[in-house]
Ligand binder design. Structure first.
Ligand SMILES: [Zn+2]
Length: 106
């Protein structure tokens, strides 16, 4: 998960980590109005849709995320041996020339 996606109390910690003023009071008011206006009905259905929506965003972003070492695309692979056998991770398409990997955050 990206650092700005949290459960419950995690958002307070995230907000407190930001202390640079980037919006004027007027801009803040406008944003509050816009959020209140577009807010979905709270409930299980909205919650489920939100979780799926975030998962979609993450999968799109990660496939578009190039390899940090060589710039090739990253694909989901499954560990075939070692301590993490059976678990999935992002691996470079240029493997075995490039062995860069990163974890799939849940
Ligand atoms: Zn690579």
């Amino acid at each position: 998960m990206p650092s700005n996606v949290t459960y419950a109390g995690g958002c307070i910690k995230y907000i407190k980590s930001k202390n640079t003023e980037t919006l004027s009071q007027q801009q803040v008011q406008a944003a509050i109005m816009a959020i209140a206006h577009g807010r979905l009905k709270p409930g299980l259905k909205t919650n489920r849709e939100h979780v799926n929506h975030v998962k979609d965003i993450i999968s799109v972003k990660n496939t578009a995320n190039p390899c940090p070492k060589c710039g090739s695309d990253m694909v989901i692979r499954t560990a075939k041996k070692g301590a993490h056998i059976g678990s999935k991770f992002w691996g470079c398409t240029d493997y075995p020339k490039c062995r860069a990997i990163f974890n799939i955050s849940q």
